[in-house]
Design a protein around this ligand. Structure first.
Ligand SMILES: Cc1ccc(O)c(S)c1
Ligand SMILES: [Zn+2]
Length: 239
């Protein structure tokens, strides 16, 4: 059974259930976040993010997005607090974006789409490694950040430079948004957006899905549409 998947008409999100039946599971991501239906949970702790730029290992185009990988053999770059228990280590960050600024994010907010969404992927250190954690219901925590159009600069690969000043968030139990769509993610979607410049969006859209020697296909619209909530509650860390 081919596990080749993509975002085209022949291999896109509507076909993923053929190879990955969990695509129709009870805790799939992304979702449409409806702020008026998200309940403030005062028991949610502040998000504690500690990132050491020295753990940035490299950047690669993986054929579905581009991602920056981090060394994760110690607790130099971690997430704690918020909705999670224990310490989660930063593994990688990547983005999902559209072919134009009217779409691109995976999560939406009361139907509003953003041009781009950053995912900072962390794994639970109660498990020995990322691969083990990715198959456990509390194995991963992904911080989602919406990017909106405006002039800005990226400094070095310190992920904190990609975050908004306020870390107010919505949280819910979900999944990877790409195959294998594992239902192992505690989602932490920040309410405030960060800016991205048109030049940066153009750079994203100049990346290719295809390898050298293949007919070039621009890497755009690499987002999965919102999935059914199926009774899940979305909690807010703010009033
Ligand atoms: C681990 C992982 C890989 C790809 C993704 O889009 C997400 S959201 C998480
Ligand atoms: Zn993602």
């Amino acid at each position: 059974m081919s596990h080749a998947w993509g975002y085209g008409t022949q291999d896109g999100p509507e076909t993923w259930a053929e190879s990955f039946p969990v695509a129709n599971g009870p805790r799939q991501s992304p979702i449409d976040i409806v702020p008026t239906q998200a309940q403030h949970d005062p028991s949610l702790k502040h998000l504690k993010l500690k990132y050491d730029p020295a753990t940035a290992k490299g950047i690669l185009n993986n054929g579905h997005s581009f991602q920056v990988d981090f060394t994760d053999d110690d607790n130099s770059s971690t997430l704690a607090g918020g909705p999670v228990t224990g310490i989660y280590r930063l593994r990688q960050f990547h983005f999902h974006w559209g072919s134009s600024d009217d779409k691109g994010s995976e999560h939406t907010v009361a139907g509003t789409k953003f041009p781009c969404e950053l995912h900072l992927v962390h794994w639970n250190t109660k498990y020995p490694n990322f691969g083990e954690a990715a198959s456990k219901p509390d194995g991963l925590a992904v911080v989602g950040v919406f990017l909106k159009g405006r002039q800005t600069t990226f400094s070095n690969f310190d992920p904190k430079t990609l975050l908004p000043a306020a870390l107010d968030f919505w949280t819910y139990e979900g999944s990877l948004t790409t195959p294998p769509l594992l239902e192992s993610v505690t989602w932490i979607v920040l309410k405030d957006q960060v800016s991205v410049s048109p030049a940066q969006m153009a750079k994203f859209r100049s990346l290719l899905f295809t390898s050298e020697g293949e007919a070039p296909s621009c890497m755009v619209d690499n987002f999965r549409p919102p999935q059914p909530l199926k009774g899940r509650k979305v909690r807010a860390s703010f009033k």
